[in-house]
Design a protein around this ligand. Structure first.
Ligand SMILES: [Ca+2]
Length: 347
């Protein structure tokens, strides 16, 4: 699934000068094929009372309950399969109140020596206005989404390219992490990725069939009469002019903007978040046929993994996937500068 704010699949880079597993000469990667890593240290348990550093996780208890999952406004892209709305029953669970930060991911890397897939491949996808890399490291763009550049040396530690560093944004969401990388982090931290149903239920914050985590309207009004922004998306003309009225061209610190009713920050905008489910557009139809679905874990097969929440690149004119019901996906080894994750506690 490619859209304005969903980066090209890793495999599509083959048509643009980079063959997965064979990094180009001079690349920071080694050219080896990515493979599942083996943990070198015991998994650590999260600490729900600590800050967003190290492996600590500040999470919120989400009560067991039933909710209407999907788009009740018929505003989604048909190919995304946001409808039909169907009833889902979930057991209670605990989920991070914010996306995993760069500093938390750094602690994982420090403890394990883990190398992300972007580092192994040697490249990753960076939005064209965000690139911090010499021209020689910009390998090319993707067909159909020319605003995504394949940048040599882009990784979780250098999210905009070799000229950037995570230490400048320790409280921002980690990006340039594949689904496989997110699972590796979870294995170490003693956490898991949420299912798509858990993610949407938690993201709704207790509001029933609302469009956004805060209600039905995209903008509010500040006391001085100016526009109040509730999330980090795109203002201006995508993809060339961003007026940055919400304060952020790319990522924002994970606790920017007010939380939802469950205390979760930025379940709309900022960065897409990986979920555990495989993605199939027809999945909701099969759920609706069942009636109330209990603790759904997604289809058993698929090409890509579910991504939720939209990102700083979303704009109503091109990609309105910052709505609560919006869905997208990418292949498990893909990564980009607008895609991260949050975790749940193990049951
Ligand atoms: Ca923004």
């Amino acid at each position: 699934m490619e859209s304005c704010c969903s980066a090209p699949e890793r495999d599509s880079a083959q048509a643009h000068g980079q063959v997965p597993g064979t990094a180009p000469a001079g690349a920071t990667g080694t050219g080896e094929s990515p493979s599942h890593f083996t943990l070198s240290v015991p998994p650590r348990r999260g600490d729900s009372d600590a800050a967003d550093t190290g492996a600590a996780h500040r999470d919120a208890a989400i009560p067991a309950g039933t909710f209407a999952m999907g788009d009740p406004f018929d505003e989604g892209y048909p190919a995304d399969g946001e409808t039909p709305v169907h009833e889902v029953a979930l057991d209670g669970f605990r989920i991070d109140t914010a996306a995993t930060t760069t500093s938390a991911f750094a602690a994982f890397v420090d403890a394990t020596g883990y190398r992300t897939e972007s580092e192994v491949y040697g490249t990753s996808a960076v939005f064209h206005l965000a690139v911090q890399a010499p021209q020689k490291d910009i390998i090319g763009s993707a067909a159909g989404t020319p605003w995504w550049l394949n940048v040599r040396g882009a990784s979780w530690a250098h999210p905009a390219g070799p000229g950037s560093t995570w230490t400048d944004i320790p409280d921002h969401p980690v990006t340039q992490v594949s689904h496989n990388d997110a699972l590796a982090y979870c294995a170490w931290a003693g956490r898991a990725l949420p299912t798509e149903a858990q993610w949407e239920y938690a993201a709704r914050g207790g509001l029933e069939q609302a469009r956004y985590p805060w209600g039905g309207e995209l903008h509010g009004t500040e006391p001085d009469g100016s526009v109040r922004h509730h999330c980090n998306i795109w203002q201006g003309t995508f993809p060339t002019q961003n007026t940055v009225e919400d304060g952020f061209l790319t990522t924002a610190p994970v606790r920017s903007f007010e939380p939802n009713g469950y205390g979760l920050h930025q379940t709309s905008g900022n960065v897409w978040e990986w979920c555990s489910d495989w993605f199939l557009p027809k999945y909701y139809k099969s759920c609706a046929a069942v009636g109330t679905v209990e603790n759904p874990a997604g289809p058993t097969i698929g090409r890509g993994r579910v991504m939720r929440g939209g990102s700083y690149l979303c704009h109503d004119s091109y990609c309105n996937r910052y709505r609560l019901a919006a869905r997208s996906s990418n292949t498990p080894d893909s990564a980009s500068g607008n895609l991260g994750f949050r975790t749940i506690a193990l049951a």
